[in-house]
Design a protein around this ligand. Structure first.
Ligand code: DQQ
Length: 532
């Protein structure tokens, strides 16, 4: 029995007890946002009784937990209801495609529809009597075929859906087509595949606008669109930006595809997996959710009685350069902001630190912008550096260079024996800034048996950038950080030991050999959400 629920988040979506993982089938319907997710109703570990839990919200901030929407009951899903997606079909009808683990332990794709379309909460779901709709294709092992995407309809009126899997050691986005959403035919070639990646889980495929932050509905077609293909493998969510040839049913990445290399694009360079996006027709934006798992042991999870949270929903859109996505917490989360402190024009001398006080230090939102040095001041980027995560383990928060490290120490004890550093090192590469962003958990806790991996990402700055910004949303054991206005995201989990007895502190630091100017700093205490 634990005395206090230390580390329990206060404004991240999570039911009161038990295990959760992937977000499933997010959708906006009749004034209500729905998020389903993988959930074990019987305990705080993953097992064979996974259901679709269901939470609803009118503002993406406060959630009501409803009854489980899909639970294993039928031969086609008796061993678990695994991940899937919602599609809105004509007539504003949401329908769900999900993976069932059937009575032979095969992964099959099933359909479910709401019992009552006039209920905006879509409380009850009916499984189609003709399930399964899709069984593993020839050559695919029965446990290597899962996680249908939101379907999209082509100009020809035919539906397409992608299912993730593995065949002949290739991670694959299998493509299926259907005229009626019930009979699905495998297309000869996959939409795309990756070599040596392992199985592709939870694929996502959607259009983005090239000249606007507005989201695009999955079935939209037309000019000024690019496409994003995401696949989850090897513990990360990788994506590529490219075009989609609907005649050939091919995704063509602009640059590299999805290979799992340390230089591939990732939604998040920390803990963020099996994510899923949806088009929010109310606010015309695309929103992304990911599963943030624990970093402590499953023994701890059992003691705590809960494990896993959903990320803060993020708006996602194409950057001006068209080369990457930008992510930012949905505006609505700002409703939770309470007490505000602000500083501007503050200078941080070399090797100095200052404490941000006046906010709730275990539950806050902070945004800072640091003035970039002159290009001459930055050290030269070594082209051999091809793994930002590895680089963050040598260029730590303590290793001084001419421009950096500077950033935040959060969930820190007053004596700094426990602290998580989120920071930047600034380099130059041919007269352009390349910033290394790190989230260093190595000193986050004196406890043993916790995964304290340091995470890192490279950010290529634009010529006109004069500052580099950092935003962190800190919610007890969760730290979601956004570098350079959302060009790189790193999510971490931390479980400091001092919290058993002492309060936590927030500091801004500069360990570089040059001074650094903080242009702006704003921090807010964050309120608890309802139902948390
Ligand atoms: N989680 C689900 C699967 C999916 C995996 C099972 C990804 O459907 O492939 O809970 O985390």
């Amino acid at each position: 029995i634990v005395k206090k629920q230390q580390g329990k988040p206060s404004f991240h979506l999570r039911p009161p007890h038990n295990w959760l993982n992937d977000p499933n089938g997010p959708v906006y319907y009749k004034g209500v946002y729905h998020l389903f997710y993988q959930y074990n109703p019987y305990g705080s570990v993953f097992n064979k009784t996974i259901v679709w839990a269901h939470s609803v919200s009118r503002d993406l901030v406060n959630w009501i937990h409803l009854n489980n929407a899909l639970v294993p009951t039928a031969p086609f899903d008796i061993n678990s209801c695994w991940s899937g997606s919602t599609t809105i079909i004509p007539g504003n009808k949401p329908v769900v495609l999900y993976t069932g683990i059937d009575n032979k332990n095969q992964q099959v794709q099933n359909l479910a529809t709401p019992r009552n379309l006039s209920d905006p909460f879509l409380k009850e779901w009916v499984k189609y009597s003709g399930n399964p709709l899709i069984t593993p294709p020839k050559g695919v092992k029965p446990d290597n075929f899962r996680d249908p995407t939101t379907a999209w309809k082509g100009r020809d009126g035919i539906w397409r859906v992608v299912v993730g899997g593995l065949i002949n050691n290739l991670g694959v986005a299998f493509l299926y087509r259907s005229k009626d959403f019930v009979h699905w035919i495998l297309h000869d070639d996959p939409l795309y595949f990756g070599i040596n990646t392992g199985i592709w889980e939870c694929p996502d495929f959607y259009p983005v606008s090239v000249n606007s932050r507005l989201g695009v509905e999955n079935s939209a077609n037309g000019k000024n669109l690019k496409y994003v293909l995401k696949a989850s493998f090897e513990a990360h969510d990788y994506y590529a930006i490219g075009s989609y040839d609907s005649a050939k049913e091919k995704f063509m990445p602009d640059n590299k595809g999805l290979s799992g290399s340390s230089l591939d694009l990732r939604y998040d360079y920390g803990k963020f997996y099996a994510s899923k996006s949806f088009y929010d027709s109310l606010k015309k934006r695309r929103i992304l959710w990911g599963w943030i798992n624990e970093s402590d042991s499953s023994v701890d999870d059992i003691k705590k009685g809960w494990a896993g949270i959903q990320s803060i929903p993020r708006q996602v859109y194409l950057s001006n350069t068209g080369r990457q996505l930008i992510q930012w917490p949905v505006k609505e989360i700002e409703k939770l902001r309470a007490k505000h402190v602000t500083y501007s024009g503050k200078k941080l001398k070399p090797k100095s630190i200052f404490e941000v006080t006046g906010i709730t230090t275990s539950q806050f939102d902070i945004e800072l912008s640091f003035k970039l040095p002159s290009i001459e001041e930055a050290e030269v980027f070594d082209p051999k550096w091809d793994d930002p995560q590895v680089l963050c383990s040598t260029k730590t928060a303590r290793v001084s260079s001419r421009a950096g490290p500077f950033g935040l120490l959060v969930m820190a004890s007053q004596d700094l024996t426990e602290q998580t550093a989120v920071f930047f090192h600034v380099f130059k590469d041919n007269q352009q800034f390349v910033v290394l962003m790190c989230s260093d958990q190595s000193r986050s806790s004196l406890r043993q048996g916790i995964d304290k991996t340091t995470y890192g990402a490279f950010i290529r700055m634009d010529n006109e950038d004069e500052v580099i910004s950092l935003k962190s949303l800190v919610d007890h054991s969760v730290i979601e950080s956004f570098g350079a206005e959302g060009r790189a995201c790193i999510t971490a989990r931390v479980y400091p030991r001092f919290l058993e007895k002492k309060d936590t502190h927030v500091y801004v630091f500069n360990n570089g050999s040059g001074g650094i100017a903080i242009e702006t700093l704003d921090a807010w205490s964050m309120k608890k959400t309802k139902n948390n």
